[in-house]
Structure formats: C-alpha cells, structure tokens
Design a protein. Structure first.
Ligand SMILES: *Cc1c(COP(=O)(O)O)cnc(C)c1O
Length: 421
C-alpha cells in the first residue's frame, strides 16, 4: 500500500494558487533528486552506469538541469528533444538518440551533437550511411519478439513496431563491421510501466545472453547494454513501487553469469527511464468548476484531458486527492470530467471521493511524466503552466501557461481581410 502523499499542505497550496491560477502541473524537486540519487546508487556496482532520462516524459529545461546535476544523461527521439538538450549544453555521450521512423535531418542533428545513435531498423544502417555518414559508435534496438511477454501500454513485442529481430542483429553488426564502425552498443525496451522488479532481470538475461553470442560470433566487444525504460510507478494506492535495489541485484546476477561468466569485457549498463524519474513527483492541480447531477454525478474541473491525456488514452488510473477533505465522512461516486466536447474527457470514472463543491481544490497525482508533455490544443484548450517546488519550499514557474495569442500564432488573420470567398 502506497500512501498517496503530497509535498505541500492545503494552506501552502492555496498560497500557490493565489499566485498561479489553476490548472497547473507542479513538480517536487526534492522527490526527483532523492529518487535520482537512489537510482544511481542502486547501480554503483556497475562502472560507467548511466541513466538517460527519457525527455518526452517532461521536457522542461529546469527538470533536465536538475537531473543532469544528478549525473543523468538524456534520451531523445526527435529534433525538438535534441535541440532542448543542446540548449542546456548537453553534448556527446550525455545524449542517447533512440528514435524510430527517423528522418535524415534528425540523424544529422544527433550526430552533430555527438549523441549515441540507437538504430531502430536494419534498413537505417544504409540510410544513415548514405544521408549523413555512420558515426564511430552505433547501437541497435533489439525486439525479442515472442521471446518476451509485453504489457498493455507497449503491447506484445512481436506486435511492436520497434527494433531489429535477432537474426537482423547478427547481420546488422556485421554490416557495421564491414563499414568500419568500431564501437558497439545494444538496446532493448520491451515493457512500459512494469512494476515487477524481476521482469528487468529477465530482460537483462535475454540481452546479456545475446551479447555473449554476438561478441563470440562476430568477434566484437560491446561497450554498453541499454535496458531501456519501462520502470513502472504505483499509480494506484494498493500498488508498490519497483524495488530498485532488488531490480539492480537481479540484473547483477545475470551480468555476473553471462558477461563476467563468459569472460567478456566489462559492459556499462544504461537505462532510459522517464516515467519513474519524474512521474510520481508531479501532480496536476485543478479546481471544481461545476457539480452536475443527471444519470450520474459529475465533477467538472477547470482542467481537461488536454492537460492530462492518459486516462482517456489508455484508461489509466490517476489517484485524486481533495486537500482538506481527506477525512470527510461523506463519500460520493463521481465521474471527474473536463470540458472537451469528447465524452472520454474524464480523469476518472465512478470514483468515490469526498463530497465535492465548486471551488474545491482537486489534485490529480502522478502526472510528472507524460502529463503536461502529452498536452494538446483540441477545442482550443491551452496548455497549463508548470511550476517547481524547490527543496527550500520556494515555488518557481518553469513554464508559463499558453495564451490565446500562442494558440493563434500560426494563423494568418491579415490575409483574411483581402481573401475573397
Ligand atoms: C518512452 C521511452 C522510454 C521511457 O519509457 P518510460 O516508460 O517512461 O520509462 C525510453 N526509451 C524509449 C525509446 C522510449 O520510447
């Protein structure tokens, strides 16, 4: 059982809302730093260990700087994400470029920055070679197909669009050798939001056995094994967070057996986790706008799925707290909704909550990953601000809310004047 705690009191939150109107996402620096330190420490047995924060989870330069300060690199998969990394001064092997269906200009940018290139498909070897040129170090993404059970968000590996098959890896690394590439890495990511620490040991076993086979057959050394992201978080109060120390131990057991045990050179272990790093340390703060009683009871918020799309997209559970009413005896079942003209604009369906009234503050938990970043502008909804609760209790705005001017910025109203219809 995880108690769903918030890093502020109701009074502190009211003060924040006086300055920054709802809705907004707010991140907890202390929570992020504490978890980051624990992650790095759990893998201290592996020399060169690095976690590359999957920046799509919460692409904000303040968060990136905090994580870089904790020794993290960054995992990018688009030109915008590469430029974000560049803007805060990240370079070289601080950046992992794990993309798919990639255009040449993105590879070009990644190579200019000296990023580690993680190829998603065998056809991209030639594509990269012809369009940009191959770098000295290349990594491939492995898709183990039916060897590995997937889970709901990422699907079954054999149905997933990502990665090379096993035989393509043997062929692909040989192609790299023939083209003069000297340094090699390997990657896999087969789960998303996985809570079983042993699952990662299983993934490591598949990857380390494969490294042993590839190393022997092709007579090459691997510099790193990137175990991807996918570390889950306890969205529900009855779920338990992944025991990082246990996860690390099960990976170490496989490492000792298949890497050290096969006489291979030491390999650096990398992760590219996003969700676990910031997910639990962010929340969406909103207010009740209307209570509606028809065939069901609805609590309409001033936020919508434009601020948090996961419940509508995957049916995800996000815990909801009502600060100040936690101990209220009267509980009522609501659908907690936003204002989009889409009936799936619901943060929760049939959720039992304290009795709500307009003006109540509602906190939606665990939005620090794939929350603000999945936002969109349908119905002209504007993306909210992002705030950061510093370790000293100070609150800073790390992204302003969008304005209607932002929304209209790509439209041309001047031309319309002379436009005949
Ligand atoms: C999304 C993603 C990650 C991070 O996954 P989490 O589930 O957030 O840890 C890592 N690598 C790649 C390639 C991804 O697409």
């Amino acid at each position: 059982m995880t108690e769903k705690k918030l890093p502020f009191t109701k009074e502190a939150l009211e003060k924040i809302i006086e300055k920054y109107p709802t809705p907004f996402h707010i991140y907890d620096e202390k929570g992020i730093r504490t978890y980051a330190k624990r992650f790095v420490k759990a893998f201290s047995w592996n020399k060169g260990f690095k976690e590359y924060y999957a920046i799509k989870a919460a692409p904000n330069p303040y968060l990136m700087k905090i994580l870089r300060n904790e020794g993290f690199g960054i995992d990018c998969s688009s030109i915008a994400e590469l430029e974000l990394a560049e803007k805060i001064g990240m370079r070289g092997d601080e950046i992992m470029f794990t993309s798919n269906d990639t255009p040449a200009y993105e590879y070009k940018k990644a190579i200019e920055l000296g990023a580690i290139i993680n190829l998603d498909d065998i056809a991209h070897i030639q594509y990269l070679d012809e369009n940009v040129g191959l770098p000295e170090l290349v990594c491939f993404r492995y898709n183990p197909g039916s060897l590995k059970e997937g889970n709901a968000i990422i699907g079954h590996p054999e149905e997933a669009k990502y990665g090379f098959t096993r035989s393509q890896l043997f062929e692909g690394y040989q192609m790299l050798i023939d083209k003069g590439v000297k340094r090699f890495g390997i990657h896999t990511m087969v789960a998303s939001n996985e809570l079983d620490p042993n699952y990662f040991g299983g993934t490591a076993q598949i990857l380390f056995e494969l490294i042993a086979d590839l190393s022997k057959k092709l007579n090459i050394n691997f510099e790193f094994a990137n175990l991807g992201g996918g570390i889950g978080i306890p969205y529900k109060p009855d779920q338990v967070e992944v025991d990082l120390e246990k996860m690390s131990q099960s990976i170490k057991d496989c490492y000792d057996k298949y890497i050290t045990g096969n006489g291979l050179k030491p390999i650096k272990i990398y992760f590219e986790s996003g969700r676990a790093i910031t997910g639990p340390f962010g929340c969406l703060v909103s207010k009740v706008l209307h209570i509606k009683n028809t065939y069901k009871k609805y609590a309409g918020l001033d936020a919508s799925m434009a601020n948090l799309m996961r419940p509508a997209l995957y049916g995800s559970y996000h815990h909801i707290s009502v600060p100040g009413k936690e101990d209220s005896a009267t509980k009522i079942m609501y659908d907690v909704t936003g204002s989009l003209c889409e009936n799936n604009d619901k943060f929760a369906i049939n959720r039992v909550l304290p009795k709500l009234a307009p003006g109540d503050i509602v906190v939606i938990h665990d939005t620090g990953a794939h929350g603000h970043s999945m936002g969109f502008n349908y119905n002209g909804k504007l993306r909210s601000a992002e705030l950061l609760l510093r370790e000293n209790g100070e609150v800073v705005q790390i992204r302003r809310a969008e304005t209607l001017e932002d929304y209209f910025a790509t439209l041309d109203f001047n031309g319309v004047a002379g436009f005949e219809v």
